[in-house]
Design a protein around this ligand. Structure first.
Ligand code: PGA
Length: 257
């Protein structure tokens, strides 16, 4: 069986509760029939923490999965401002995004803290969207593959084959995020192929063939088809395009474009 295409909308620090509800209602209507029974694609939304509960109520009974944008690795305690894996599970999250480049850039995340977060999420039964990607400087310095390799080795440290079954990798070149500058399908495919090869080396052929690798960075209805035509691109993690039901749903319905 092939890999089920997976589209996730990362709303970042956008949408009040009211706005989040409007968006998810619009999205539900616009993608009905595409997901679910036919099982053609999988869809998740990652609202800010404040809107998780309301959005969960709204998507109940639909095939849209709920995702969080981050977590802290402790179960509970004196960690002011943080959210635990248990809290996310209980509020209805199925997925959590970990290691997004904005977390690494602005909030001091390292490969080691990303690894701790991933382990805590998996231990609580959450599936993980693990983000990796190089900066423009690293790409121009010919370091793309070594950076990806370091992020993978660090982030996945200690995970076994079974745990890898609950992982999704999102390749997001930092220079393409929110810039309107997408990687070409060929540029993305080259890195996706490398990532899959690295998973095979770290785990097995079986694990590498099953794991889904999303592309992220200025994905739009205009460029999704070319990306999805690549053999190692299994979906997208979208920022800007996921903030409107129209563009989000067009991307999910890429086969009809
Ligand atoms: P973008 O963001 O689609 O707005 O470029 C992607 C992401 O950061 O996940």
């Amino acid at each position: 069986m092939g890999r089920l295409p997976f589209f996730a909308g990362n709303w970042k620090m956008n949408k009040t509760v009211g706005e989040a509800l409007d968006l998810v209602k619009g999205l539900k209507a616009a993608i009905s029939g595409v997901i679910g029974v036919e099982g053609e694609v999988e869809v998740a939304v990652a609202p800010p923490f404040t809107a998780l509960y309301a959005v969960r109520k709204e998507i109940e009974g639909s095939s849209i999965f709920l995702a969080a944008q981050n977590l802290y690795w402790e179960e509970k305690g004196a960690f002011t401002g943080e959210i635990s894996p248990l809290m996310l599970k209980e509020v209805g999250c199925h997925y959590v995004i970990i290691g997004h480049s904005e977390r690494r850039q602005f909030f001091g995340e390292t490969d080691e803290t990303v690894n701790r977060r991933i382990k805590a999420a998996l231990a609580q039964g959450l599936k993980v969207i693990f983000c990796i990607g190089e900066t423009l400087k690293e790409r121009e310095g010919g370091k793309t593959f070594s950076v990806i390799e370091r992020q993978m080795e660090g982030g996945l440290k200690g995970l076994d084959d079974r745990e890898m079954g609950n992982m999704v990798i999102a390749y997001e070149p930092v220079w393409a995020i929110g810039t309107g500058k997408t990687a070409t399908p060929e540029q993305a495919e080259e890195v996706h192929r490398f990532i899959r090869g690295k998973i095979e080396k770290l785990y097995s052929r079986g694990v590498s063939e099953e794991i889904r690798i999303q592309y992220g960075g200025s994905v739009t209805p205009e460029n999704i088809k070319g990306l999805m035509n690549q053999p190692n691109i299994d979906g997208a993690l979208m920022g800007g395009a996921s903030l409107k039901a129209e563009s989000f749903s067009k991307i999910v319905r890429f086969k009809e474009l």
